[in-house]
Design a protein around this ligand. Structure first.
Ligand SMILES: NC(=O)c1ccc[n+]([C@@H]2O[C@H](COP(=O)([O-])OP(=O)(O)OC[C@H]3O[C@@H](n4cnc5c(N)ncnc54)[C@H](OP(=O)(O)O)[C@@H]3O)[C@@H](O)[C@H]2O)c1
Length: 303
């Protein structure tokens, strides 16, 4: 099986690359630098030097592939809307270029990394892929909704897809996780209001295993949207309590919701406090996360 992978050097992608290579897949990985090429080779892939925003590169790179996996993202550390522009472009223009390359080369399967955060605030209700998405999305999530639309519209005519809506990633090698822990230790992650909204988490090892599972069982998941999370959402207050235990710190101070909204901005606040629960493990029968909850996963980070 030949796979074309984007994002193969990222926290999710490098795990996926390793898993696929270990399972004898030939993985051609989009590479943007010599360092990328070295890492890709070390993980068992074949680097393909090219640009996600150059359609011809992608047509060359995906020739003869059985599947395309689009795992590239660029999540900025700053919450400013402008900082998200490259991520938006990866989701929209990058996706459109890959779908066109798939069409030209007759690639039969396309798998997309998406985000569960697009469910928005569902007041803590359980969501499934059939749950209607809010009409109005925060600026940084609009491109994810658009990306999903592009994929659904391109399907048919020999091309099927799976869209994986992931919970929040965490792992020891994630810059985001390390930043969170550092901020928490420095008292910069306060309890927001009562902290009663839910967060849906997934260890990045489990996220990668889910990608490989869907790919290897793709006949079962054709044209499906799947929620990929640890299926044990926890309240934000519980999330902070787990961090406090893991880092030997006190529970952080509490800030009222209106103040948190002022501090982080309207859109980031909306994303942080969106409350929904992903609990349905049935949709991916045969796959189960190794870390069934955030507490277990956090323990594994060895902090
Ligand atoms: N669901 C979630 O919670 C979620 C989702 C995504 C990311 N994150 C987190 O956010 C943090 C930062 O994420 P990140 O996406 O910046 O880093 P990342 O996950 O470490 O890597 C992103 C991947 O996308 C590639 N990429 C970036 N821009 C590209 C472009 N213009 N063209 C082609 N490929 C491109 C990167 O390649 P290069 O090596 O060439 O840069 C890399 O392979 C990570 O710590 C991650 O855990 C969380």
């Amino acid at each position: 099986m030949k796979i074309f992978l984007t994002g193969g050097t990222g926290v999710l992608g490098r795990r996926v690359l390793k898993l696929l290579s270990e399972n004898n897949a030939e993985v051609v990985v989009l590479s943007r630098s010599a360092e990328n090429a070295a890492l890709i080779t070390q993980l068992g892939g074949t680097p393909f030097s090219g640009d996600l925003f150059n359609p011809d590169d992608l047509i060359r790179g995906t020739a003869g592939a059985d599947a395309i996996l689009h795992l590239a993202t660029h999540i900025p550390r700053a919450s400013k809307t402008s900082a998200w522009a490259l991520n938006d472009r990866i989701r929209t223009e990058g996706t459109a270029n890959l779908l066109r390359a798939a069409w030209i080369n007759g690639v039969p399967f396309y798998l997309q990394q998406s985000v569960a955060l697009i469910y928005g605030d569902q007041q803590g209700r359980v969501v499934t892929p059939d749950t209607p998405l809010p009409e109005k999305q925060p600026a940084m999530l609009r491109s994810a909704v658009e990306m999903e639309r592009l994929i659904r519209e391109a399907a048919g005519d020999g091309l099927s897809y799976a869209i994986l809506r992931f919970g929040n990633f965490y792992s020891a090698d994630s810059a985001q996780t390390r930043g969170l822990l550092e901020n928490f230790r420095n008292g910069k992650v306060p309890l927001i209001g009562k902290g009663d909204f839910y967060w849906n988490m997934i260890h990045t090892d489990d996220a990668a295993a889910a990608v490989a599972f869907v790919l290897f069982n793709r006949a079962r998941f054709e044209n499906k949207i799947l929620n990929v999370s640890d299926f044990n959402p926890l309240r934000f207050s519980e999330f902070l309590a787990a961090l406090a235990m893991a880092t030997h710190s006190d529970m952080p101070r509490r800030v009222p919701r209106y103040l948190a909204r002022l501090l982080v901005g309207k859109d980031t606040f909306k994303v942080m406090t969106a409350s929904y629960r992903i609990t349905d493990a049935q949709a991916m029968e045969g796959w189960a996360p190794r870390y069934p909850g955030f507490r277990e996963g956090l323990r594994s980070l060895g902090i």
